[in-house]
Ligand binder design. Sequence first.
Ligand code: OMP
Length: 214
Amino acid sequence: MKAYQKEFIEFAIERGVLKFGEFTLKSGRTSPYFFNAGLFNKGSDLARLGRFYAAALVDSGIDFDVLFGPAYKGIPIATATAVALYDHHQQDTPYCFNRKEKKDHGEGGNLVGSALEGKVMLVDDVITAGTAIREAMEIVETNGAELSGVLIALDRQEKGKGELSAIQEVERDFNAQVVSIVSLNDVINFLKDDDTFNEYLPKVEAYRAEFGVA
Ligand code: OMP
């Protein structure tokens, strides 16, 4: 695990974003941990969050033209990432997002911001089974744009529909790379070394044994 990844996990715990306990996921699975990105809810959080996303993106070396943040949670993340790319990496990157409601007056359409064209970097919070991300891919495809990659905060490394992880399925089906700031393996390595949160390790490891990818 790199220093910035450990720092990110500490930041998420400190802000109550990463929690340990018992949670029901969208997929119906009961998980011993949950990542609620909506709790990055202050200006300082967003500024820091944007820096982590931008660092992971620059680290990945993936070439892209536009950041796309799907509604709703992808919107502040794409925005914060665009600001951080400009402030800290001298990259002035176009970005856009969709609205969920159709608008038929004013500027019309359901995309806001830059045009969704060329090579798209899709930005979101978490991938578990891949449902949310597949919906967002459809928007990219409908617009005739090409998906370059997906950038998320946490890869839960869970099985999708079959034996592959949801992310491996997305990479296979859309021929795009998925980049995450941290993964479940990083969370587990963090728990192994942390005296305060070490007690949660057995349950998280048991969860990985049941739903994780080989
Ligand atoms: P999938 O659509 O199954 O990939 O789940 C991703 C979505 O689940 C996220 O966009 C969240 O709405 C939610 N989620 C979290 O936010 N954090 C988690 O730790 C787990 C989930 C989840 O329900 O799987």
